[in-house]
Structure formats: C-alpha cells, structure tokens
Ligand binder design. Sequence first.
Ligand SMILES: *[C@@H]1O[C@H](CO)[C@@H](O)[C@H](O)[C@H]1NC(C)=O
Ligand SMILES: *[C@@H]1O[C@H](CO)[C@@H](O)[C@H](O)[C@H]1NC(C)=O
Ligand SMILES: *[C@@H]1O[C@H](CO)[C@@H](O)[C@H](O)[C@H]1NC(C)=O
Ligand SMILES: *[C@@H]1O[C@H](CO)[C@@H](O)[C@H](O)[C@H]1NC(C)=O
Length: 478
Amino acid sequence: MSWILNMARLSVRKLFALCLCLSAFVFLIITFQVVEELGQFELAAHRLPLKEREELTQIQPFPDSGVLTEEKLSAASEDWYPFIVWWSPLTGELGRLGECGNNRCFFTINKSYHSHPSTHAFLFYGTDLNIESLPLPRKEHHHWALFHEESPKNNYKLFHKPVVTLFNHTATFSRLSHLPLTTQHLESLRLLTSHTFLLPLAQKNHLRHTLAPVVYVQSDCDPPSDRDVYVQELMKHIQVDSYGQCMHNKDLPSHLRDSTAMEEQSFYQVLAQYKFILAFENAICDDYITEKLWRPLKLGVVPVYYGAPNVHMWLPSNRSVIVVDPNEPPEKLAQYLKRLDKNDWEYLTYLDWKLKQEVSNQRLVTALKERKWGVQDITQDNFIDVFECMVCNRVWENINRQNEGLPLRLWQAEGDHLRCPPPKLFDFTVDPPSSSSLRHLWRASYDQSVKEARALRRLALRNRNFTVTQFWSEVFSD
Ligand SMILES: *[C@@H]1O[C@H](CO)[C@@H](O)[C@H](O)[C@H]1NC(C)=O
Ligand SMILES: *[C@@H]1O[C@H](CO)[C@@H](O)[C@H](O)[C@H]1NC(C)=O
Ligand SMILES: *[C@@H]1O[C@H](CO)[C@@H](O)[C@H](O)[C@H]1NC(C)=O
Ligand SMILES: *[C@@H]1O[C@H](CO)[C@@H](O)[C@H](O)[C@H]1NC(C)=O
C-alpha cells in the first residue's frame, strides 16, 4: 500500500525496487502466516510505517493535562479532542491532530495511550493485527475500527463473523463495509477508458506470428485461489505466454530483462500486444478485485478473469471481460478464446466499450464519483485519511449526544463486512505432483483460522488481556 500512496513522489526506478522489496516482504509474511496459522508460533509482524506526511512532528496532546483528567468536563472545553490510537505501526505517526470537517481528533500509534481517559477509539490494520496484544480491557466508550484492504491470505482469522463483529467500524474491500474500498485499485474512469496503450486489432493479429493469444504474468505462485493449477490445465489447450515465475515459459524482451531497468510503461506495452490477459486473483471473495482486472481493461486487452464471484457488479460493461466459470473445464474456455482469436468481429465486441470510451455500469460510475479518496492522486485524501475521519466523526457524534443527554448511537460490524469462502483446490492432476505443498496448506490454514476466530472472540469478550499461550490453549480446547 505504501507504494500506492507514495507513487507520485518516487521515480519509477525507485518504485520498482521498492515493489520488489515489498513483494519479498509480503511473501515472507505469508510464509510465516501459514506456519503461524498452524499453531507453531506467533509472528510479530513489524510493518514499516506506511504513511508519510511532509512533516511528522510529535505534538504534545495535552499542553495542560491537569485540567483535562475528567472526561466529561473536558469534552465541553474548547481545545479538548478525543484520542484515536492506531493499534498498528501503519501510519508511523506518533502524534497528529487531524481535522475532519469541524471535528478534531488526535491520532497516534503510541500504544501507551491505551488507558488514557481521552482515548475513544482503536484502529486496527488487518494484516498486522496481532492477537498477542489487544487493547484490553475495552471500556464502554472504546470504539474498535478495522481497516483491511488486502487479500484474506494475509490474515485468515479476521474473515470470520466471531472476529469481524468485535468491531464497530469497518473499511474493507467489501462493498458492504462502512467504508467500502472495492475500487481501491482503479484510479479513474479516464484511465479506464483511455486509449494510451490500445493497439489496433490488425497489429495484434500480426503479432500473433510471434506471440501467443494469451498472456499470464504471476510471480506469487500457488495462492489460495489455486490459479496456477487452472492455468497449467488451460495451457494444454491453448498457447499462453507466461513471463512471471509461475508457469514461466517466456522471458521478457532483452531490454526489459534487467529488472531494475524495467519500466512500468514498457512492460505495459508488452502486455498490450496480446489479445487476452489471464487476470486471476490470489483469493476468491466477493468484491475482492485488484489491479489484475483493471490493468488489462486500461490497456485494451480483454481480461480473462477469475476472482470475485460478483465481479459482474463492477465491470465497465456487460461485455468487457470473459469471466471464468471454475466449474467448467479449462478446455472449453480455451476453445472459446481460440474462436475469438480467429473471429475479429466477435473479439471486438469485447472492446466495444473501450473503443466508444463508454462505461455503462452505473454502479461503477457512481462508486468512483462518490468515493471521498483518491488512488495514486496526491491532490485527494487517501483512504486511510478518510477512514480515520470516519471514526473521528462517529466518536464526536457520540460525545455530542452524551453532552446533550441523548442516547448513544451504536455501530456494529456485520459478518459480511469481511468474508471469504474457504479456499478450494481444482482437482486437475498437477504436474509434477510434488510441485508445491503450499497449495495444500491454505485449506488447513483456513479451517484452523475458524477456531482461532472463535477463541479470539471468547478471550476478547472476557475483557482481560491474555498471553499467547492462553490464546493457543483456547484455540485447541475448541
Ligand atoms: C508514548 O507516550 C508516552 C506517554 O505520553 C510517552 O512517555 C512516550 O515517550 C511515547 N512514546 C513515544 C515513542 O513517543
Ligand atoms: C448489455 O448491455 C446492453 C447495452 O447497455 C444491453 O442492450 C444488453 O441488453 C445487455 N445485455 C445483457 C445480457 O445484460
Ligand atoms: C461497539 O461494539 C461493541 C461490541 O459489539 C458494543 O458493545 C459497543 O456498544 C459498540 N459501541 C458503539 C459506540 O457502537
Ligand atoms: C495484563 O495487564 C496487566 C495490567 O495492565 C499487566 O500487569 C500484565 O502484565 C498484563 N498481562 C499480559 C499477559 O499482558
């Protein structure tokens, strides 16, 4: 995420190095996650501070703290503001007074404010939510808010009702969460409909002498969606150029091979030469849609998409993407792609929206228009700012209600604010059979996470801090 936020400020070269680092880091996290989920040990994932501001000065929240110990009194005072504590190093901010409309809140990652009387909310970042140290006991006025935009593979135990419903506020990829981040990987309609990379079909047809009709680029192999096994089967029936580490069969052109020299633009030009891109997500959940879908659409290549079962809700038009049905044999998909490859007219029906620069899906248009955050756009707030302010404003709403003697408003996360069905393996024969044992771990990891979620809820409701040992014995007593 940090690279999205900082993109505008970094040169492409630096960015790429950063991406490599981050992917390596993420891979490590995942590897450890699986081990952790299996109950061997708990990894304290220390993420880098992900949000940078021009100036990070540590402000003293209370210049005159003596006056403000009694909360109700102080809430009435002019320069009092509630504390909102990030239970994660995500923002890297030790102290910042945030302005949210007419409301001000003090945001900090300093956990020592846990028991401070002015602390009203805790913000959690799903990926590094660590069971080891929750802000317990939780007081009556403590709002808990969950921010999790990433794939479930980065913390399965959050994806179950017993855990999700511990929170009051959510910002997740689900369209049902309080701050839906479903379009988090799409910058704008303008980029979606742009012709910058679009090649004429005649040129694509000409390129077919040297290129396959389909391209696949993936280096995170054997994720929970089991996409590589599907691709392996598909490759038996249609030619696929695979440039990534998974199912690799083609090297990038020599001018791009030196990865530090590889620029995003030239890489896009390589992809744009193809008729189809396999856009397969690493996990299959409603609304979990990444740049894998948007990139081919931006380039003018038809995505062959496997991911969110409800992706139809988000497509630019009803004929823009070929959606994989996991219950149909890959051979059938291959035949369909071959037919489109031979039939220009039929292929072009999938680019009609692009050629006309017309997005007919009103849900998508509205979601982009109404979201209050930008993507890789330094002129707009990012979604973390907006999340912080959502919580700040809700905290203030209750403080004001309390001061006016009104009943408090209650917020409650629902199970569907973060939900993902158990990962399923395809049952094709894998070749070589020993290629990866990782793919068999996801289901075990998921099943284990169901127990972890129940244990976490029981312990959280007990409302006392607990040790890792207590947590695991609670899990295994399930
Ligand atoms: C966190 O807050 C406490 C109490 O205000 C303070 O003593 C401590 O220095 C802070 N820690 C950091 C890293 O700023
Ligand atoms: C797809 O959209 C077009 C134009 O918006 C419409 O005429 C057509 O009926 C739609 N088809 C389906 C299957 O929804
Ligand atoms: C927050 O959620 C908890 C747990 O469901 C609930 O007890 C509490 O009343 C909620 N607080 C607010 C302000 O909604
Ligand atoms: C729980 O909290 C108490 C008091 O805040 C502290 O003394 C104790 O060390 C904590 N225990 C654990 C397991 O964190």
